[in-house]
Design a protein around this ligand. Structure first.
Ligand code: IVH
Length: 668
């Protein structure tokens, strides 16, 4: 390559990498696979190293990962948080092994572990208590996210046993399990929030939320993989991990001592297949020298330890034909482009569709109908289009023009400033929006009208019997019976369960209305704080945002909802039909200080309340729910099947036992 060619290539790589960094970090919408990204950055680093005259401080190669957030307090890491050298090639593992042998000889062992794909965290325990939790930041300083991390149930706040060192640091990865991730995204789509691109982004985003009460509802989990401290119990990594497990720290079962390259390769190959069956993403294997003394001998480079390396899996990838693009219209009018693909077997399932998310993604990929596209499925469940095979593009192919009219109702689409999605503003006239709203209204967590489903809603809509949720309550059995696939029995079930739904409590009715950004929890918070729909309607912006967990975006959406004449009329009709628009009186009288100063323990199962509900009732009435019995406990609130040892203990201490009914009487 001539100097000029090298300069051109370096410039090209810097430009590409800057673009991908922006897509990934700013927009959370990567358009390139991790593998391709790593290939580009490695090529750039290599060219820059070989040609130091082209050095540039602003090159993407000079960026040290930095996730510092100005809103959090900064804490300096006691031990720098470095990353790992990584590779996709087995030859480089052999090279690594040779380097290690050169320094420490042949008498050593490796530990092979899973490389968890989440966001790294460092936990410090002092005298067994979780003292602080800090993100990687720039490796030297990180964000103090202790209060958020404390919400993660698998992270012990107090270590078990008594043989832990006075000061202990453990490092690990915060992740979101795949099933929980999919549920989280479904819920976000339900309330009109943009879904997360992948579990890793969702985990790191969740950790940076300012309110830990919101973090507590994110399904975060954590695997720990590295123990540090001045007086660790053992002189090797493997045994230290085992002792950390005994202290109650969550350490994966899947790590193994390996003696040679063959055993390492076997571990890699096993997990490259088996990762399909894990409920979380891993993106490779980490290989570490076991002995701490030997680790110290090997030392560190500026960025990573010389005693460890990560082998990254290539995501399973196929190249297939893109047939067409469908544009789906969601309940809130959001348009999602979906690619129809040549069906192909990938990662254990047949893939024939992939979401293209929004117009920007399509533009960045520069995708065209009939292109051959690369589709990948890592550990993630949803397949991704990560690029196109330009060599297979037909000469006559034309750039794709994104739709500007709703494919369902023809209304001009809108795209607001700063929003990634287009949406159809025809809220009350666009069929999928009308039907979507009704489907949401009848769903299990909302009005729970289980005799109706998507197909019946379609049928009723097609026959012009319903056009909004209030119409459901006007339905007559005689109108239903003549419809196709409907008999006397199902018709009467439908009417019966619609009637039943009038008893559904206010918080669920509020959720059922489908106000944008008002999910199940927000609805619960609103109903608890305002008691009735009228109070919510009249609260105004300031009072709404004064409530913990209600931000400006939610408040604005609520106000917009009530300002709309159609919504207002709809609610009036529903009120007249007898739906619950305020909380039950029993609940309204709930908050009191009747249990002030009382410590109450709950045990067993109950007829009318869940344990969480009882706990809430205790707190709302000024009491304290305690988890272990002592002479300071005032009552045992006992249900069925209470543990015999608990019973003996309370009897011995003379603590009074009350039933669920006694308890409700007490707070009445
Ligand atoms: S050890 C000094 N072990 O991968 C060595 N890291 O680029 C510290 N990771 O920042 C890391 N699983 O966030 C280690 N079993 C594992 C890991 C792991 C995931 C992450 C970690 C680190 C990155 C390396």
């Amino acid at each position: 390559m001539t100097k000029q060619n090298i300069q051109n290539r370096i410039n090209y790589l810097r430009k590409e990498l800057n673009k991908h960094n922006y897509n990934y970090y700013v927009k959370s919408q990567p358009t390139i696979s991790d593998y391709d990204y790593d290939m580009l950055i490695n090529e750039l680093i290599k060219l820059e190293n070989e040609n130091p005259d082209f050095f540039d401080v602003n090159s993407p190669s000079q960026r040290v990962g930095n996730d510092i957030n100005v809103e959090f307090k900064q804490i300096r890491h006691k031990y720098q948080m470095l990353s790992l050298g990584n590779t996709y090639s087995k030859q480089e593992i052999i090279d690594f092994d040779n380097r290690v042998r050169k320094t420490i000889g042949d008498n050593f062992e490796y530990v092979c572990e899973l490389k968890f794909d989440g966001t790294s965290i460092s936990l410090t325990y002092i005298n067994g208590k979780l003292h602080h939790a800090v993100t990687r930041g720039d490796g030297v300083m990180g964000d103090d996210v202790t209060s958020n991390v404390k919400t993660i149930k698998s992270i012990p706040l107090q270590l078990h046993g008594n043989d832990y060192p006075d000061e202990l640091e453990v490092r690990g990865e915060i992740i979101i399990p795949l099933k929980a991730f999919n549920r989280l995204n479904e819920e976000r789509i339900e309330i009109g929030e943009a879904p997360f691109a992948n579990p890793r982004n969702a985990a790191s985003g969740s950790l940076k939320i300012q309110k830990s009460s919101i973090v507590a509802r994110r399904p975060l989990d954590c695997y720990l993989y590295y123990v540090l401290g001045d007086d660790l119990k053992f002189d090797n990594h493997y045994d230290n991990l085992q002792s950390a497990k005994k202290w109650g720290l969550k350490i994966s079962e899947n790590f193994k001592l390996c003696n040679n390259i063959e055993e390492i390769t076997e571990f890699i190959e096993y997990w490259d297949k088996e990762r399909q069956n894990l409920d979380y993403d891993i993106d490779g294997i980490v290989i570490k020298v076991n002995s701490i003394e030997q680790q110290e001998k090997l030392g560190f480079t500026a960025k990573s330890p010389r005693w460890a390396i990560a082998y990254k899996f290539k995501a399973e990838r196929v190249s297939i034909k893109l047939y067409s693009i469908d544009y789906q219209v969601g309940r809130t009018g959001v348009i999602t482009p979906v690619a129809n693909l040549e069906p192909v077997q990938l990662g254990g399932t047949i893939v024939k569709r992939a979401s293209l998310h929004n117009a920007d993604i399509i533009k960045n990929l520069n995708i065209r109908i009939n292109d051959t596209v690369f589709v990948e499925k890592g550990g993630e469940i949803i397949p991704k289009i990560v690029g196109i095979d330009r060599s297979k593009r037909k000469k006559d192919s034309k750039p794709l023009i994104y739709i500007d009219k709703c494919p369902e109702c023809g209304t001009n689409l809108i795209r607001s400033e700063g929003e990634a999605h287009h949406f159809c503003p025809n809220e009350f006239g666009c069929p999928p929006q009308i039907k979507g709203k009704i489907e949401h209204f009848i769903s299990r967590k909302a009005m729970n009208i289980d005799s109706l489903g998507q197909e019946t809603i379609d049928l009723l809509f097609k026959n012009k019997l319903i056009n909004n949720v209030a119409d459901l309550y006007d339905l007559k059995i005689e109108q239903l019976i003549p419809l196709e696939r409907m008999g006397q029995k199902s018709a009467s079930n439908i009417i019966k369960s619609i009637e039943e739904s009038k008893k559904v409590p206010f918080q669920k009715v509020l959720y059922a209305l489908g106000i944008r950004f008002v999910g199940e929890t927000v609805a619960k918070t609103l109903s608890k704080n305002f008691n009735s729909i009228d109070n919510i309607e009249n609260a105004g912006f300031e009072r709404l945002i004064n409530v913990e967990e209600i931000g400006e975006k939610i408040a604005e959406s609520i106000i917009k909802f009530f300002n709309n004449e159609i919504n207002y009329k709809l609610i009036e009709r529903l009120k007249n039909k007898g739906l619950q628009f305020k909380i039950f009186e029993e609940e309204q009288n709930k908050a009191s200080d009747k249990l002030k100063g009382l410590s109450i323990i709950i045990s067993g199962t109950f007829k009318n309340h869940s344990r969480d509900e009882l706990k809430l009732l205790i707190e709302e009435n000024g009491g304290k729910n305690v988890s272990s019995i002592s002479k300071n406990t005032d009552f045992l609130l006992a249900g069925d099947k209470i543990g015999p040892s608990k019973l003996t203990k309370v009897k011995k201490l003379g603590i009074p036992i009350i039933t669920e009914d006694d308890f409700i009487d007490m707070i009445k």
